[in-house]
Design a binder for this molecule. Structure first.
Ligand SMILES: Nc1nc2c(ncn2[C@@H]2O[C@H](COP(=O)(O)OP(=O)(O)OP(=O)(O)O)[C@@H](O)[C@H]2O)c(=O)[nH]1
Ligand SMILES: [Mg+2]
Length: 379
């Protein structure tokens, strides 16, 4: 699915072209390579790219993101260098996650909100985290066509979900992309995710504030709404509160407020407010933004935002290490053999999974011990 995405610029393509955005001011972008960019021999010079990127050059930002998303070995090395150079130079943006079931109006809201932010002179980046299984890149491109006002704006940067087979992989790239956007001077980063699977948790783990969009009427069937999303969200908004749907939206808001009463407030006493809005008419969006930015300002003043980001970074590290360690250990031939036998026994109903897992764990311990001995041996 990923290979057919026209939104993924091949190496060297100024991605702004691919997104229908106007390219950065003349003179700041060297001309693109002449022909088949896939055969481009060497990755770019990271220092030059960093200079252009931190000067706010969007084509350089797009190029850097493409590099991060590349699976080519040569690119991976340069991407790591690039990130190391960028980290000390990242400025902090307001990172806002937006979730909600398909069709709730996330894209419409981001579009309307985005236009308002751009009018205020904010530099905006819009990213997406989409579980590949849930939606194809084409759907996101479809979204883009509904975002003409923002996509044409010189201070906006729109990037669809990176390709990746696992949510973990996509989330990792998106986290790094946020850092690049911040280094490029974006002041607000919106990360959209569709409300299915684990993607909400992943996005909540990379943003300062998490906004859940809900539908009017859904409050009547509150039991059917995932409790997790209410617990995860910092702000809830009943969208489509317009026309005939206003009374239903008010009822839904009351139900959600009732449900929130049963949830423990955050450590600093914050309870998620339930707002009404219409992404289509723009009603309620100013209140929305004031609520969001006031909350983030307060978190910044109290040090809560820095703490949150430190915690997120350390959880990110730990989960990345766990993934790598698991990959490495499961590659070990002895472990693979025991795992294959355990799987056979479990699927044949000969052993319960817990016992079979114990056998695999023992094999892992032995493999790690043996390789530790090998590493420690003087010869
Ligand atoms: N009446 C009304 N319709 C809306 C509103 N917001 C969005 N819509 C409509 O709802 C439909 C879905 O909106 P999208 O913004 O594409 O929803 P989404 O959450 O991004 O959907 P996915 O990308 O599929 O997850 C579109 O037809 C919108 O025009 C709103 O506030 N009021
Ligand atoms: Mg959408």
């Amino acid at each position: 699915m990923t290979g057919e995405r026209p939104s993924e610029p091949s190496d060297g393509t100024p991605a702004d072209e691919a997104f229908g955005l106007s390219v950065a001011p003349a003179g700041s972008v060297p001309p693109p390579p002449p022909t088949d960019r896939r055969r481009r021999a060497s990755p770019p010079d990271p220092s030059a790219l960093v200079e252009r990127l931190t000067a706010g050059d969007r084509a350089a930002l797009a190029r850097a993101i493409t590099l991060l998303e590349s699976t080519r070995q040569a690119d991976r090395g340069v991407a790591a260098e690039l990130l190391a150079m960028i980290l000390p130079r990242t400025r902090s943006a307001l990172r806002l996650g937006v979730t909600g079931v398909p069709g709730v109006g996330k894209s419409t809201l981001i579009e309307s909100l985005g236009v308002k932010l751009l009018e205020r002179g904010e530099r905006l980046a819009v990213l997406a985290v989409d579980p590949a299984a849930a939606r194809s890149g084409g759907a996101i491109l479809g979204d883009k066509t509904r975002m003409p006002a923002r996509a044409a704006h010189p201070l906006a940067f729109v990037r669809p979900s990176p390709s990746g087979s696992t949510l973990g992989g996509v989330a990792a790239r998106t986290r790094e992309t946020i850092l690049l956007c911040e280094a490029a001077g974006c002041t607000t980063v919106l990360v959209e995710t569709v409300g299915v699977g684990q993607s909400e948790t992943a996005v909540a783990e990379m943003t300062d504030l998490f906004l859940a969009l809900l539908l009017p009427g859904a409050g009547d069937e509150l039991q059917g709404i995932k409790r997790g999303i209410i617990e995860l969200a910092d702000v809830l908004a009943i969208n489509k509160a317009d026309g005939d749907a206003i009374p239903a939206a008010r009822r839904a808001a009351a139900s959600y407020r009732g449900a929130l009463d049963a949830i423990r407030p955050r450590d600093d006493g914050w309870t998620a407010p339930v707002l009404l809005c219409s992404a289509r008419t723009g009603d309620g969006l100013d209140t929305h933004w004031t609520t969001i930015s006031d909350r983030v300002d307060a978190m910044q003043r109290s040090g809560a935002r820095d703490r949150l980001r430190r915690d997120q970074a350390s959880r990110w590290l730990r989960s990345a290490v766990r993934d790598r360690a698991a990959d490495a250990v499961l590659m070990h031939p002895d472990v693979r053999a025991v795992l294959a036998e355990a799987e056979r026994a479990v699927t044949a109903g000969e052993a319960p999974a817990t016992i079979a897992a114990e056998r695999v764990a023992t094999a892992i311990a032995r493999a790690v011990h043996l390789s530790g001995e090998a590493c420690g041996s003087p010869d």
